[in-house]
Design a protein around this ligand. Structure first.
Ligand code: FAD
Length: 503
C-alpha cells in the first residue's frame, strides 16, 4: 500500500502541474480497447501505465483493491488464487479496471449484475486540480456516479474496490439454436434472464443471419458429474468460439430438418468450459472480426491458417494493428443497447440496410451509460420491460457504404428507437445533437463542482470522431495492402501505438 501511495502522489503532482499550466491532459495507460482514433501525445497525457497492481484481496468481505491499469486477465488470475472472481469481466483480457469503470463495459453476466461500474464499491480519485478524494455511494456520491461512463473527464481513478464472487472450476454452457427470427432469440434470452443465479449465470447470443442464431447460457459448476465434453477456447488449435457455436447451430438445424417431430429442447448442446477459457472465449479472433484480416490479406481462413497466425489473432495485438493501420475507419464497430420492445425494429432495419452478420446479443440489466452521462428522460421502464432490461447488439463488420454516412444513419435510427450506443466506438454527432441526447446541465454542473473544466469534456473526447479521421496513415501508406502491412509490422515491432511525440 505504501508503494501505491507513492505512485499516487507522483501522479497528483503531475496533475497539479497540468492544471496550473492549463493543459487539457488525456490519460495514457499503454493500451486501449476503444476504437476511436487516439489523439494522445507524449507531453499532453498522464501516464498511468505503472498503476497495474492488485493491492489486496479480502476473502471475508469478498472485495479486492486494484489500481486502474490492472487488465482483466491479471485481475482474474489474482482473484482465482483465492477462489474468487469479479461478477462482471469484460470479454477481452486487456480491458482494464479504470477503462471499464470510466468507459462502459458489459458482458454476459451483465443481465444480472449490470455494467462493470456497478461492481465497484468506491474509488479514489485525483481531481483535475490535483486534489485527492474518495467517491462512493455515501462519499461524494455525485462524483462516484459521474465518473462512470464519462471517459475520465471528471478526474483520474487511482484505486478501486471491486466486488468478488466465489468462483468455480467450470462454466457449463447450453447452446440453444434459433431457427426462425430475432423474436425467437429474444424470447430465449428473456426466459434465461428470469432464471435464478446458480441455474443461469451467463447469457449471450450470436445471430448468424436474419433467422438463424444461437443463444448461449452458462452456469457456474465445479465438477463434471454428467460427464459432459470439456471444451477450451484459448489454445491455438482450439476453434474460435463463434465458429464452434456456429457448428453447433448448423448441426442442430440439420437435425431439426431431418426430424421435425422431435422438440428442439431435447437437443440443447451442453459442454463444460474451464472458467478462464470461458471468460475470454472471444479473445482469439476478437469475436469474429479477426476473420476480416484474412479477407483483407486474401488469406485462406481455415483451421491451419488460424493456428499459424494465432499470435496475431489475440485482441491485444489486434487493437495495436487496428490503431496503427487506421483501418477502424473502414469498419462499422458499434455496440448498441435497445429497449426490449424495439429490438425487432432495429434488427430488421440493420438487416435491410447493411446485412452485416454475425451480430452479438448481450442482455444488460438497467439503462444508462453510467451516471455521469445521463440520456435525457429516456429511463422508460415500461418501454424497457418490467426489469428495465436492454439488449446490446454488436454490429461489427466492413462498412457497406460511406462510413460516416453509414454511422450517422445508425445513430439516427437509434435515436428514433430510443436506443443508445456505447461511446467507446466512433461517433459522428454534432455538438448540438450530442447534448440533445445527454444531460449537459447536470454534467457541466459536476465538472464545475469538481474543478474539472480544464480537462477535455466528454464531447471533445468521444462526441465526433470526424475530427480525428485521417490523422492516421496518409498518402501511399493508407492504400491497400500497405495500411494492413504497416499495422502488422508495427505489432511485430511492439511499443507505444497510442501517443504521438508532439501535440
Ligand atoms: C455491453 C458492452 C459490451 C462491450 N463489449 C466489449 C467487447 O467485447 N470488447 C471490447 O473491446 N470492448 C467492449 N466494450 C467496450 C469496452 O468495454 C470499453 O471500451 C472499455 O472502456 C475498454 O477499456 P480499456 O481499458 O481499453 O479503456 P480505454 O479505452 O483505455 O479507456 C476508456 C476511457 O476510460 C478512461 N479511463 C481509463 N482509465 C481511467 C481512469 N483510471 N480514470 C478515469 N478514466 C479512465 C480513458 O481516458 C478513456 O476515455 C463493451 C462495452 C459495452 C457497454
Amino acid at each position: 500500500m505504501e508503494d501505491h501511495k507513492t505512485r499516487v502522489e507522483g501522479l497528483a503532482v503531475r496533475v497539479k502541474q497540468f492544471h496550473k499550466d492549463g493543459i487539457p491532459f488525456r490519460l495514457y495507460h499503454g493500451s486501449t480497447n476503444s476504437t476511436r482514433p487516439s489523439v494522445r501525445s507524449l507531453t499532453g497525457s498522464l501516464d498511468v501505465s505503472h498503476m497495474n497492481h492488485v493491492i489486496s484481496i479480502d476473502e471475508q468481505s469478498l472485495t479486492c483493491l486494484v489500481e486502474p491499469n490492472v487488465p482483466m486477465d491479471a485481475l482474474v488470475d489474482a482473484a482465482l488464487e483465492h477462489g474468487l472472481i469479479p461478477p462482471v469481466i469484460p470479454e477481452f483480457p486487456g480491458i482494464t479496471v479504470g477503462g471499464s469503470f470510466a468507459g462502459t463495459a458489459g458482458e454476459s453476466s451483465s443481465f444480472r449484475h449490470g455494467l462493470f461500474d456497478t461492481t465497484v464499491d468506491w474509488c479514489d480519485v485525483i481531481l483535475a486540480d490535483g486534489r485527492m478524494t474518495r467517491a462512493s455511494k455515501t462519499e461524494n456520491p455525485d462524483l462516484f456516479e459521474g465518473m462512470k461512463g464519462t471517459f475520465g473527464t471528471l478526474g483520474v481513478g487511482v484505486l478501486f474496490e471491486v466486488k468478488l464472487l466465489r468462483a468455480t472450476k467450470y462454466v457449463e454452457l447450453s447452446y440453444q439454436s434459433v431457427s426462425r427470427s430475432i423474436t425467437e432469440a429474444k424470447a430465449l434470452i428473456h426466459d434465461a434472464c428470469r432464471r435464478p443465479a446458480g441455474e443461469v449465470d451467463f447469457v449471450d447470443g450470436i445471430m448468424f443471419s436474419k433467422q438463424n442464431g444461437v443463444v448461449i447460457t452458462g452456469k457456474f459448476i465445479d465438477s463434471n458429474e454428467d460427464g459432459l465434453p470439456i471444451t477450451t477456447f484459448h489454445k491455438p488449435w482450439d476453434d474460435w468460439h463463434y465458429l464452434h457455436a456456429q457448428n453447433i447451430m448448423h448441426r442442430e438445424l440439420s437435425r431439426q430438418k431431418a426430424f421435425p417431430e422431435k422438440p428442439a429442447t431435447s437437443s440443447v448442446h451442453q459442454e463444460l468450459v474451464p472458467l478462464k477459457s470461458y471468460l475470454f472465449r472471444y479473445d482469439r479472433g476478437a469475436f469474429w472480426t479477426g476473420s476480416y484480416a484474412y479477407d483483407y490479406f486474401i488469406t485462406p481462413f481455415n483451421r491451419i491458417t488460424r493456428y499459424m497466425l494465432d499470435p496475431f489473432m489475440h485482441t491485444r495485438v489486434m487493437y495495436h494493428a487496428l490503431h496503427r493501420s487506421g483501418m477502424m475507419e473502414q469498419f462499422i464497430i458499434q455496440d448498441m443497447a435497445l429497449p426490449w420492445l424495439n429490438i425487432e425494429k432495429f434488427y430488421d432495419w440493420v438487416d435491410a440496410e447493411f446485412r452485416i452478420y454475425p451480430q452479438w446479443l448481450c442482455p444488460l440489466n438497467g439503462y444508462g451509460a453510467g451516471g455521469g452521462l445521463n440520456p435525457h428522460g429516456d429511463r422508460d421502464e415500461g418501454l424497457n420491460g418490467k426489469e428495465g432490461m436492454m439488449l446490446n447488439i454488436g454490429v461489427w463488420g466492413p462498412c457497406p457504404g460511406e462510413p460516416v454516412a453509414t454511422n450517422r444513419a445508425i445513430e439516427a435510427k437509434l435515436r428514433e428507437l430510443r436506443g443508445m450506443k456505447w461511446l467507446y466506438a466512433q461517433t459522428f454527432y454534432s455538438e448540438e445533437e450530442f447534448w440533445s441526447i445527454y444531460d449537459r446541465k447536470a454534467y457541466d454542473g459536476l465538472r464545475a463542482k469538481y474543478n474539472a473544466t480544464t480537462l477535455p469534456n466528454v464531447y471533445d473526447k468521444v462526441g465526433d470522431s470526424r475530427k480525428n479521421r485521417g490523422k492516421g496513415l496518409t498518402g501511399i501508406w493508407s492504400v491497400w495492402p500497405l495500411a494492413g502491412i504497416y499495422g502488422l509490422l508495427s505489432c511485430i515491432k511492439g511499443g507505444d501505438y497510442l501517443r504521438k511525440a508532439k501535440d
